[in-house]
Design a binder for this molecule. Structure first.
Ligand SMILES: [Zn+2]
Length: 436
C-alpha cells in the first residue's frame, strides 16, 4: 500500500474508537468503546482527520484516490504493550520444563536458572546481538497488531550493561516500524555480587546509573521491582525519587508475591502506572485510584509459571481504576509476545469483559505509558495507528484466542503489515529494517 498524504478507510464493519465521549453506542457491551458500526476513517499525513459513520462521509472524502475498503473488518487502534522486557539474550525453556515438573524457584536458581541466567547472558552479549534479536521480536509483535512497545532494561545490573541495554532499545526503536518507549530498570534484582551489600547496590543505582542514563537521554521512565524479597518500598521510593529528579517518570513493579506497600508508593509518587498487583492491598488500590495511577495486569505471567494467582482486575475496575493489560514479555515468567493472547487470558481468568480487555490493550495501555494524547484511540488528531481484524464483532478478538486474525496493521498512516501482500506468520513487513 503506497503512502500518500490523504487516505480513506471506508465501510469497516466496526470501528472501535475507544472514544466513548465522541461516539455513543446502542450496544450495551460496547458503550465504553465508542463503537461505530459501518465506520470510516479519514487519515492525513499520518494522523486521523475524521472518523464516523460511512453514511456521514459526504463530501469529506471527495478527491481522495487512496481508498482502503475495510468491508467485513473490525478496526481497532494500534495495540499498545505497556510493560515488556523484550530485550534479552538467551532463553530459559529448560527452566520452564523444571518448573512444570514441580521444581521450586530456589532449586531452579541453584541449577543456574532464574533471572541471573539472563543477566549473565546479557552482560556477555554484544549490543548488535541485542539489537538484531530485539528488531525480530518487534516485527513479530507488529504482526499481532502491536504498534507501540514499552521496553525495560534490567538484565545488566551494572552501569555499563544497563547503558548497553538502553542503547540497544533506542536502536531497536529507530529500526522498527513499531514505536518504542524506553524504561530504566536497574533495580530489577540485587545482582549476585552484591548479595549482603544491598545498600551499596541501591547507591550505585541512584548515584551512578540514574545520572548516566539521564545524561544520555536513554530512558523516559524509571521502574523498580518492588516485590517481596527484592526491593523494599523504602528503597523503591528512594530510587524513583532520584529518577524523578533526573527527569525520569516513575512506574513500578508492585506487590507480585505479597503486599509490599508498592501500590501506595506508586500513588504517593504520582506514578503513571503500577504493574502486577496480585497482592496489592485495598488501601493501595484505593490510593492508586485517587492518584490516577493506571493498573497494569499481566495474566501471561500466571500462565507462564503455571499458577492461578491473578490480580483482582474486577475489583480495580469497580472502584474506578483504569486497568491496562500487557504481556510482560520476558524469557523467565512470561514468554508471550501477543497482546491478543493476553487479552483472552484477561477475559477468561480475570473476568474482564471483551470491551474492558480491548481498552486494556489500547486506551488504558496508552495512559499507562503517558501517551494517551496520541495513541490508544481513533479520534481526530490521534496518530493513524490501526489494526484491521478479520472478525464479525469486536468480542470475537479475545474469544478466538491465539487466532491468526490480524489482516493488516497501519502505523502513522502507512501499511506496515498486510496478510494480503503475502502475509501470514511470515508476511512481508514494510517499514521494518532488519539491518542497522
Ligand atoms: Zn515486568
Amino acid at each position: 500500500m503506497p503512502h500518500s498524504e490523504d487516505l480513506l478507510i471506508k465501510n469497516a464493519l466496526q470501528v472501535v474508537t475507544c472514544e466513548p465521549d465522541l461516539f455513543d453506542s446502542q450496544d450495551e457491551g460496547a458503550r465504553s468503546l465508542g463503537l461505530i458500526d459501518d465506520g470510516s476513517v479519514l487519515v492525513s499525513g499520518g494522523t486521523v482527520k475524521w472518523v464516523g459513520k460511512t453514511s456521514d462521509l459526504g463530501e469529506k472524502a471527495s478527491g481522495i484516490s487512496d481508498v482502503i475498503d475495510a468491508s467485513g473488518k473490525v478496526v481497532l487502534p494500534g495495540l499498545v504493550d505497556a510493560h515488556t522486557h523484550t530485550v534479552f539474550a538467551g532463553t530459559r525453556e529448560r527452566e520452564y520444563e523444571m518448573r512444570m515438573r514441580g521444581a521450586a524457584y530456589m532449586e531452579i536458581a541453584r541449577a543456574g536458572g532464574g533471572i541471573n541466567a539472563t543477566v549473565a547472558s546479557v552482560r556477555e552479549a554484544g549490543i548488535d546481538d541485542l539489537v538484531s534479536s530485539g528488531i525480530k521480536r518487534l516485527a513479530s509483535m507488529l504482526r499481532r497488531g502491536t504498534t507501540t512497545v514499552e521496553i525495560k532494561s534490567g538484565y545488566g545490573l551494572e552501569t555499563e550493561s544497563e547503558l548497553k541495554m538502553l542503547r540497544a532499545i533506542r536502536k531497536i526503536g529507530r529500526h522498527s516500524a513499531a514505536d518504542v518507549v524506553p524504561t530504566f530498570l536497574g533495580a530489577h534484582e540485587i545482582p549476585p555480587e552484591f548479595k549482603g551489600r544491598r545498600d551499596r547496590y541501591v547507591d550505585i543505582v541512584t548515584e551512578e546509573m540514574i545520572p548516566a542514563v539521564s545524561r544520555e537521554g536513554l530512558a523516559e521512565f524509571c521502574d523498580v521491582f518492588c516485590v517481596h524479597g527484592v526491593f523494599t518500598s523504602d528503597e523503591a521510593r528512594r530510587i524513583l525519587l532520584k529518577g524523578r529528579e533526573h527527569g525520569l517518570k516513575p512506574m513500578i513493579h508492585a506487590d507480585e508475591f505479597a503486599d509490599s506497600g508498592a501500590a501506595g508508593v506508586a500513588a504517593d509518587l504520582g506514578a503513571v502506572s503500577a504493574a502486577h498487583l496480585a497482592f496489592a492491598s485495598e488501601d493501595g488500590i484505593e490510593a492508586m485510584r485517587e492518584a490516577g495511577t493506571v493498573a497494569i495486569v499481566l495474566p501471561g505471567v500466571s500462565v507462564g509459571v503455571g499458577k492461578c494467582t491473578f490480580a483482582d482486575a474486577r475489583r480495580m475496575i469497580e472502584i474506578g481504576v483504569d486497568v491496562a493489560v500487557a504481556t510482560d514479555f520476558n524469557p523467565g515468567s512470561s514468554m508471550v509476545d501477543s497482546l491478543l493472547i493476553v487479552s483472552s487470558l484477561a477475559c477468561s481468568f480475570m473476568k474482564m469483559t471483551p470491551a474492558e480487555a480491548i481498552l486494556g490493550i489500547t486506551k488504558h495501555a496508552a495512559r499507562a505509558i503517558d501517551r494517551s494524547d496520541s495513541i490508544g484511540g481513533i479520534g481526530p488528531g490521534m496518530q493513524a495507528d490501526l489494526v484491521f481484524f478479520e472478525a464479525p464483532d469486536f468480542r470475537y478478538i479475545p474469544y478466538h484466542f491465539g487466532g491468526d486474525i490480524v489482516d493488516a496493521v497501519m502505523k502513522k498512516g502507512k501499511m506496515v503489515f498486510s496478510k494480503a501482500q503475502g502475509g501470514g506468520a511470515n508476511g512481508r513487513i514494510s517499514g521494518t529494517e532488519t539491518e542497522c
